[in-house]
Design a protein around this ligand. Structure first.
Ligand SMILES: CC(C)(COP(=O)(O)OP(=O)(O)OC[C@H]1O[C@@H](n2cnc3c(N)ncnc32)[C@H](O)[C@@H]1OP(=O)(O)O)[C@@H](O)C(=O)NCCC(=O)NCCS
Length: 167
């Protein structure tokens, strides 16, 4: 799949591609809040993971990725980042749009993810895309892929706290 800019290419992230790009993906992931992933977590087989995950290349070098799998009827995003010098160009949004499109094609009805409560940048990004606190899971965000329905924010104390930091 080609991105609109000619030197950018969005590819499905197969397991063999992940192995090839592992060191570079770890570099992009380096400033992620929370625990870094070990090799076993990057390569772990999960339901539909290798058809629901993406890598974004600029001139054939990885500059962003989104790793997801299927959890019941949801697309669950495990890991998602864009290289520091490539942020705020719409690339995270493009990765997310591909993930949503593929998930809808596969019959997923929502997207779930966990975000560190102190990750104000990511929370701002997800909120702008229509994500909201999930009703019953304290530290996850959830979005209906089709209707962008907002869930009850008052259920999620940690998210509310983080949202106050963003403002
Ligand atoms: C979250 C992330 C993937 C977004 O990627 P991106 O390519 O910058 O996303 P886009 O360019 O499509 O959207 C950027 C928008 O998101 C919001 N945003 C992103 N980071 C932000 C920050 N630190 N503070 C405030 N808003 C932020 C803003 O609305 C921003 O728009 P702007 O640049 O016009 O202000 C990227 O910031 C990232 O890799 N962060 C570190 C890893 C991470 O936290 N991943 C999520 C873990 S759950």
């Amino acid at each position: 799949m080609q991105h609109s800019s000619l030197d950018l290419e969005l590819q499905n992230l197969s397991k063999s591609k992940l192995k090839d790009y592992l060191r570079q993906l770890e570099g992009i992931d380096a400033d992620m809040l929370g625990e870094p992933w070990g090799q076993a977590q990057w390569l772990m087989d999960l339901p539909s993971k290798w058809e629901l995950s993406w890598v974004l290349l600029r001139e054939a070098r990885p500059i962003g990725f989104l790793i997801a799998s299927r959890k019941e009827s949801a697309l669950h995003i495990h890991r998602f980042a864009v290289a520091v010098n490539e942020r705020s160009k719409g690339l995270g949004g493009a990765l997310m749009a591909s993930a949503v499109r593929r998930a809808l094609e596969r019959g997923c009805v929502n997207i779930t993810l966990k975000v560190h409560y102190a990750n104000a940048g990511a929370i701002a990004f997800y909120t702008r895309l229509g994500f909201a606190a999930a009703g019953r899971q304290q530290d996850s965000l959830e979005m209906m892929g089709d209707s962008r329905r907002i869930f009850d924010l008052t259920q999620n104390f940690r998210l509310q706290t983080a949202r106050q930091h963003v403002k």
